[in-house]
Every structure is written in structure tokens, then in C-alpha cells.
Design a protein around this ligand. Structure first.
Ligand code: C2E
Ligand code: CA
Ligand code: CA
Ligand code: CA
Length: 278
């Protein structure tokens, strides 16, 4: 019996080693990509579902791996977190996104820019200073920046995180609770964190306009958000039926493939101009 266990353990280790080797390779490639600033930032528009007016954009990191092709952020963001690269990555995305936003605004588009922050970033007490410096360099007022945050079990020090978030709010930066309604972001955090926006997770929005549970959850979350004085955003709007319902329920902002997929900077600007003319 002991012998058979050894064999199984050995086979398992081999599979594990292969995964581990690919992971190590990816981490080392990611380190190079972050250092060489070859990661790209794509932008997805956020709009008023009633008027179609564009209110802002969300910045989403993109990694084109030289051998593997496109590696999705759901894969490389966790790698960056574990490899100690998330600070450098975030700082690069933030600066790129703020500069892009400054360009749109100089072109007459009055837009906000949303940047995703990994929960690990929130336990760094220097974060507010760094964000202030990045805003200053881009020549943008803090009101233009939205930080999308998720809670998670790795958020080791809730006290520090709350202090960091309060400082950011006092600076005038907006805070959005991303993936709202999932395991990472729930009601309990709303009561304790100084957010001024909730972003309903796409798993609910994707059930509109037919799935009864999605209908009930989305409608009541919008009402709850408004009662708490929060802006409510819905991501994952893929069809007009969903958009129309969200408009009826007075959801403030929507985002999704119905309007546009995330686009590279040049494509986003072209989309903006075409959308304004439509
Ligand atoms: P997220 O912040 O929840 O971003 C929304 C995701 O939904 C994006 O996936 C976006 O492309 C996708 N999406 C947008 N509209 C639709 C739609 O109508 N239908 C569907 N099915 N999906 C839609 P993406 O770009 O693959 O990013 C995945 C996640 O990776 C993000 O989820 C975010 O958690 C993380 N991420 C991306 N960029 C960054 C970054 O710069 N920093 C950090 N910390 N995380 C990032
Ligand atoms: Ca987000
Ligand atoms: Ca989300
Ligand atoms: Ca997510």
C-alpha cells in the first residue's frame, strides 16, 4: 500500500512540476514585460443607459506573450500578486491610463477613468501619495479617477486598508466596490468601507432580462445602492434588453459588449468620435 501511494504521489508531482515550470516561466516573462513596460492598457466605455452619453472608461491590462499569445488578466494578475510585481504593474497601468484620460479631456471629452486595484495594494500606506503624484503628473484633478477595489481574504490588515481608503476619499478620488454581490465583495463591506460606488458583478447582469433571480437581485441592489447614496454601475451589459431594464431601474452607469469591448487607446478614441456622431 505504501508503495502504491508513493507511485501516485510521484505521478502527481510530475504533473505539478510541469505546471510549476510553466508558471515560473510565465512569472519570469511577466517580470520582463513589466520592466520593459510592454503590457498594454485597453479601455472600455462606461455610459449612461438612458442617454447613451459616455461618462468614462475602465482601464484593463493586456499582456501579449511572445510565445503563448494573449494571456488573460485573470491569469497574469494573480501571478503578478504572488511574484511581488503587482505594485509596478499597477503603477504602470495607472500612469498610462491617466495620461490617456488627460488626452481625451484635452480633446473635449469630459470622461472619468477607472483603474483596478488589487486588494494587496490597499495595505500600503504610501498608496495615496503615489496616486496623488500620478494625478499631478498627468495634470488631472482627483475627481476624474475611480479606483475599483475588491475585498478578499488576503486583505490582511483591514485597519490599514480602511485608513488608506479614507485618505483617498478625502483627496477626492472615487472608490468603487467591484464584483459587487460575489464572494469578494458583499454587503458587510459596504457598511465598513468608505466607497461611493458599487459595481454590480456581471454574473447578475448577464441574466437580464429573463432570469427571475437576476431580475430581483439587480433591481433590489440598485435600490439599495441608491438608498445608501451610492452610484450604481452594472458591467456585462451585452444586449439592449438588459440595457433597457437597467435604464428603467435608474442604474446610473452601464458597461459591456453591447456598446464596446475593451479597446486599445487608438481604437477607443475612434469609437468615442463615432459614438458622439451617432
Ligand atoms: P473586472 O475588473 O471585473 O473587469 C471586467 C471584465 O469583464 C473584463 O475582463 C472585461 O473585458 C469583461 N467584460 C466587459 N464587458 C463584458 C460583457 O459585456 N460581457 C462579458 N462576458 N464580459 C465583459 P478582463 O479584461 O479579462 O479582466 C478580467 C479581470 O482581471 C478584471 O475583472 C480585473 O479583476 C482583472 N484586471 C484587469 N486589469 C487589471 C489591472 O490593471 N489591475 C488589476 N489589479 N486587475 C486587473
Ligand atoms: Ca473592474
Ligand atoms: Ca467587475
Ligand atoms: Ca473580476
Amino acid at each position: 500500500v505504501a508503495k502504491r501511494d508513493d507511485v501516485e504521489l510521484h505521478l502527481y508531482d510530475l504533473a505539478d512540476d510541469a505546471r510549476g515550470a510553466r508558471r515560473l516561466q510565465l512569472v519570469s516573462d511577466l517580470r520582463l514585460a513589466v520592466a520593459a513596460a510592454t503590457l498594454e492598457v485597453f479601455y472600455q466605455p462606461k455610459l449612461d443607459p438612458r442617454t447613451g452619453r459616455v461618462t468614462g472608461a475602465e482601464a484593463l491590462a493586456r499582456w501579449q506573450h511572445p510565445a503563448e499569445g494573449f494571456v488573460p488578466p485573470d491569469e497574469f494578475i494573480p501571478l503578478a500578486e504572488h511574484a511581488g510585481l503587482i505594485r509596478a504593474l499597477t503603477s504602470s497601468v495607472l500612469r498610462t491610463a491617466l495620461n490617456a484620460c488627460a488626452g481625451w479631456r484635452a480633446d473635449g471629452h469630459d470622461l472619468t477613468i477607472a483603474v483596478n486595484l488589487s486588494p494587496r495594494m490597499l495595505v500600503d500606506e504610501h498608496l495615496p501619495e503615489q496616486i496623488e503624484a500620478a494625478l499631478f503628473e498627468a495634470g488631472l484633478p482627483p475627481e476624474v479617477l475611480v479606483l475599483e477595489i475588491t475585498e478578499s481574504a488576503v486583505m490582511s490588515d483591514v485597519q490599514i486598508a480602511r485608513r488608506v481608503l479614507e485618505t483617498l476619499r478625502l483627496m477626492g478620488v472615487s472608490l468603487s466596490l467591484d464584483d459587487y454581490g460575489t464572494g469578494h465583495s458583499s454587503l458587510s463591506y459596504l457598511a465598513t468601507l468608505p466607497v461611493n460606488e458599487i459595481k454590480l458583478d456581471k454574473s447578475f447582469t448577464l441574466g437580464l432580462p429573463y432570469e427571475p433571480a437576476a431580475l430581483a437581485i439587480v433591481r433590489s441592489t440598485i435600490a439599495l445602492g441608491h438608498e445608501l447614496g451610492l452610484t450604481v454601475v452594472a458591467e456585462g451589459v451585452e444586449e439592449d434588453g438588459a440595457r433597457a431594464l437597467l435604464a428603467d431601474w435608474e442604474c446610473d452607469v452601464v458597461q459591456g459588449y453591447y456598446y464596446s469591448r475593451p479597446l486599445p487607446a487608438s481604437g477607443f478614441l475612434a469609437w468615442l468620435d463615432a459614438h458622439a456622431d451617432a
